[in-house]
Design a protein around this ligand. Structure first.
Ligand SMILES: O=c1ccn([C@H]2C[C@H](O)[C@@H](CO)O2)c(=O)[nH]1
Ligand SMILES: [Zn+2]
Length: 135
């Protein structure tokens, strides 16, 4: 895990797409809008936002939406995941997302950004979930 103060321009473009996706978030309960992007090895990009529900626990996080879109399109080769939140510090994925990423994006590089992309953490699934459950 390391802190980046700048990011490769190609990656920054993808992070920007994730940022735009924050506007699409359906978050009337928390008003906490998160955007995500998933990059496949073949270069395709899938975007996601968080989608909440009046039955709060049914909420799904932005990164799982983006990842499930990629998986449901047949991709099993996830290269990178980008998540951007509304705070001044980089977003931190919840435990459920960490478990899902460990299974579906084992070898991905994960970029976690604050709202203005001035603080970005570069990490991976193992660092995010040491000793995670697997069969
Ligand atoms: O990494 C994260 C952390 C939180 N959320 C969402 C879930 C909920 O809608 C809102 C507040 O927790 O933010 C995400 O989408 N991704
Ligand atoms: Zn989550």
């Amino acid at each position: 895990m390391r802190y980046l103060t700048e990011i490769d321009p190609a990656l920054k473009n993808i992070l920007n797409l994730a940022k735009e996706q924050q506007d699409k978030a359906y978050a009337p309960y928390s008003n906490f809008k998160v955007g995500a992007a998933v990059l496949t090895q073949s270069g395709e990009i899938y975007l996601g936002c968080n989608i909440e529900n009046a039955s709060y626990s049914l909420t799904i996080c932005a990164e799982r939406v983006a990842l499930f879109k990629a998986i449901s399109d047949g991709h099993r080769d996830i290269k990178a995941i980008f998540v951007i939140g509304p705070q001044n510090e980089p977003i931190s994925p919840c435990g459920a997302c960490r478990q899902v990423m460990l299974e579906l994006a084992k070898d991905a590089t994960i970029y976690l950004s604050n709202s203005d992309m001035s603080k970005i953490i570069e990490t991976n699934t193992k660092d995010l979930l040491p000793y995670g459950f697997d069969l």
